[in-house]
Design a protein. Structure first.
Lengths: 374, 374
């Protein structure tokens, strides 16, 4: 079988690494000549809205995507010729923060309070209604903290409007959370759903830094999170992996956002789960039996941002390396490592070994994460 | 870093799958246009003795090989321009059954009794000396049971000579063994050696069918096997993975043969060990710290010979699939699956679930293996 992927970044790359052993072949659509999945399949260096997209993907048995900002129109066009999974509808909703929140609200799923903002008066009214601090975000095309402005006082309105005001916006009320977590689930075309254990996540400057499976702090939230994800998957008639990011608050889980694809917070599943998110996404796409999602231990993932560190960290027993083969660039996700240990207690005992390799900011972040986890 | 591999078969393919996450890129030298590693790097469709081999591999930081029958002269030539690991010397010895046995004998390592055979009189003398049954083998270019003839009675001499007599031969005395096993070890350029647990192997018609890690029957032999492999690696100043296949006899371990590369009997390490043989081979080649070789449980590998079975076996919890993307052909290794369980007891309890998917001959083989294992 041949899988077409809109996007040729690290998620497409890791899908291909998981897919070749299943006997799958890949075509990547990505206008970047150096797209990092290029060496693992056929790379079409064309735009995602190219007029000949259908013919470029000729021969593909399934089409999927590795990022949210694929033009929904392109995916609709493709859906007339290919079996596109997850469906364009799921993508469209996740492309629009307002639609995403309205979907959750319609299902009774808690989200941050929000107001649609299309004008200065809208923004003033929303600030009055939701209070400060609040987050002004573009409805579309935001990722890794991009397209956001934090409003702390009334005077922030004007610079925020100058920065973002030309786009459709949403103002989100502040959510006071204890920590963040994410649930990844996979659903096949028959409606079978399997859940990975909740991942404890830590972001800095809007970018995921650490992801921890097996965090004792998350155990009480597994069931609630599964209920939320089940509702969303059923409503969207979803096929493939879906990740939902949550705030853990005193009042319970609050949905932050949805990612209708494989997701950075579940990279630990490559080593840390019986069957990885990448393989399960492909199993769901190609109608194979889903693989078991249970953890093989306690896994800690650390993202490498900007540039890859030197490889001496590989001396850590149980550490796996994932260099995406990308050029170094500030703020760019260029790789990650996963450290798999028997259980959280082992991680607590040994975390100093990893901290020794980290810069002071990451070292502090990791220490805080372990403390928050239990 | 860029790795040149002489050969583009499934071993090269699995090396590349393990190597991309380490940030490595690959060039495969293989005259077969459909070499199954081709989609995971640059494929040069040229002969292994091509005159322009050095320029075709230009830019490679290391050169290795995925099968024994690479012309030793080519590797010697390459070694003048590239860092070839393991060394051409290790390859040359493993290419010649006589040299291999003489090396072992010189180190005091038990091997089957043997005689070099270059003529009919040699063969008659060897049959007299070693007794029958015995195995007549080509000294070179044998694999998967090819180039062998089993001599049971004096009358077999003539047909055996007709079949194989044009090549340099070796006659091996019969070894009465309880079962077969294999040890894979990895050695880095500093001389650090790590050993995987012994693998219990089962062959049929000269081809490996099943490989089992965590076999209780092998535990008593781990130390002896490690001593043999250490001696060989030190003598050969070996860098990379080496597998030694053993007969387990009433008198102890007897070396059957050496494979100076990653090896089929250790495919289970992809899921079943902390760091796989493929990754460790590459770590040794590129001077990275070696990864831990301990098992993550009890792993059973089953080879798919001739054609891939249908994929319903993927419903087994903990089973991983490895389709090499090769055309079906009788006797050809086209893929394997690995079933990873917590321990041997779990495997014994659940083996019926796997047996249900097998044809009667494999089912019988597997049942026998589990019984022999403990």
């Amino acid at each position: 079988m041949r899988i077409g992927i809109m996007g040729g970044g690290q998620l497409a790359r890791m899908m291909a690494l998981a897919g070749h052993p299943l006997g799958l072949e890949f075509v990547f659509i990505d206008p970047a000549p150096d797209a990092c999945a290029r060496s693992l399949g056929e790379h079409k260096v064309i735009d995602w809205s190219a007029a000949d997209l259908v013919s470029q993907l000729a021969g593909c048995d399934r089409v999927t995507f590795d990022f949210e900002n694929v033009p929904a129109q392109s995916l609709e066009t493709l859906a007339a010729h290919f079996d596109v999974r997850p469906s364009p509808k799921a993508l469209e909703i996740s492309q629009d923060r307002l639609a995403e929140k309205e979907l959750c609200a319609s299902l009774g799923i808690p989200v941050a309070p929000f107001q649609s903002v299309d004008s200065r008066p809208d923004l003033m009214a929303a600030m009055d209604g939701l209070g400060l601090p609040a987050l002004l975000k573009t409805r579309r095309l935001g990722y890794d903290g991009k397209g956001q402005y934090r409003l702390v006082q009334a005077e922030d309105l004007e610079p925020a409007w100058q920065r973002l005001g030309e786009q459709a916006l949403i103002l989100e009320g502040w959510v006071d959370f204890d920590h963040e977590c994410a649930l990844t689930a996979v659903r096949d075309a028959n409606g079978t759903v399997l859940f990975y254990p909740l991942t404890h996540t830590l972001h800095r400057e809007g970018i995921l830094r650490f992801a921890l499976s097996g965090s004792p702090a998350n155990v009480p939230w597994q069931k609630d999170a599964q209920e939320v994800v089940t509702q969303l998957m059923e409503r969207l008639d979803y096929v493939g992996c879906l990740t939902v990011e949550f705030f853990v608050t005193a009042e319970g889980l609050v949905v932050n956002e949805l990612a209708p694809r494989v997701h950075n917070s579940a990279h630990w599943t490559i080593e840390g789960a019986v069957c990885s998110q990448f393989e399960n996404h492909l199993r769901a796409l190609t109608d194979l039996p889903l693989g078991a999602t249970r953890a093989r231990g306690c896994a800690l993932m650390i993202n490498f941002i900007g540039q890859m560190p030197i490889k001496d960290m590989l001396a850590l027993d149980g550490l796996s390396w994932h260099d995406y083969g990308k050029q170094a660039r500030a703020g760019r996700k260029v790789g990650h490592a996963t450290w798999l240990l028997d259980d959280f207690e082992s991680l607590k005992d040994r975390v100093g070994e990893l901290v020794a390799y980290l810069d002071p900011i990451d070292a502090q972040g990791l220490t805080g994460l372990i403390k928050a986890a239990g």
